[in-house]
Design a protein. Sequence first.
Length: 367
Amino acid sequence: MSEQPERPLFSAEEFFAQQPPPPQLEEHLEQVREFVERNMNAGKRVVLVTSGGTTVPLEQNVVRFLDNFSAGTRGSASAEHFLRTGNYAVIFLHRQHSLQPFSRHYSHSTNPFLDLLSVVHENNKDVTPVQPKDGFLFPPVPAASTSSSVAPTDSSAQIHISPPHLAPMLSLLQSYQLVKSLGVLHSIAFTTVDEYLWLLRGVSRVMSTARDKEGNALGRRGMYYLAAAVSDFFIPSQRVSEHKIQSGKGSLSIEMDQVPKVLKAMVDEWANDGFVVSFKLETDIKLLIPKALGALDRYGHQVVIGNTLADRKYEVVFVERSGETWVRIAEEERGKVGADGAVREIEEDIIERLERMHSGWIASGKV
Ligand code: PAZ
């Protein structure tokens, strides 16, 4: 794809004036307001974590789309570490079906959940594979039901978790249940870049206008942690074909416009006094710091965290006006399981550092 700088650039206002909002935007924002105000009353800071990649559909009845690289690893791990601090309530704005806090540990590809379980019968405690029955290799899965009249197919069977997985799963489940009972995690899904931008603006505005019981704003206690991989280009809705683009006419040319740089609007208008953290992904490490400094200069926010595609799980650089700080997991520690049974994750170090920086930001705003 080649960039075409001669096309006029969309401002953020023009973008929102022309691109339709996602359905249920208002309901989402109402729920966010309730979440933010309840957590402010409980004395929490609130962080918006964005995660995963956005799509650009090529058709309105979408068969094909362009996608941005991101599995949601950074965002989901970070959301979990923010929650673990006990100081933050997290709004998790993520790409639909990408990794999520807690359940991410049992992704179908890295830790297939069903492989950790076995069926045990109470009578003999033997692990018993289901026998082929009535000509079927295995019976159909019964629908989940709340009715007590539906009997389980085998009432004496229990599901057991294989011993090495039991302790970590129990501990994770307890953390997850605690998070649910405290009501400190609120998730919202997006798919397209349009949905992402509408939700980003809406949630940021709600965070900056929410008030606690005493009428105080979230202000500096809000953080915006923008780890999503957002498309730089989009196709304005008027130019998106209604139906599937037909082949047979040879090659396909797609003309895309540049997505407005909303970070400026976010810092100046939407996020009030919040602490804004953006991410910069490059494949060429030489570009990382100059690009991050350029972003700080242009948008005026607090910190850019730079990472490269190849090493993003092991090293990042915090770029601030005062200088750069690399955060790394040493080579010998990579992939190692610690005393607590968990693999060392760079997000733990990122969040620890950010929490301290955020405290400094809050303190510096006090008169
Ligand atoms: O989700 P993931 O862990 O696979 O990737 C995370 C990331 C590289 C998308 C994120 O750290 C990042 O840099 N986000 C911003 C990307 C950008 O420059 O637009």
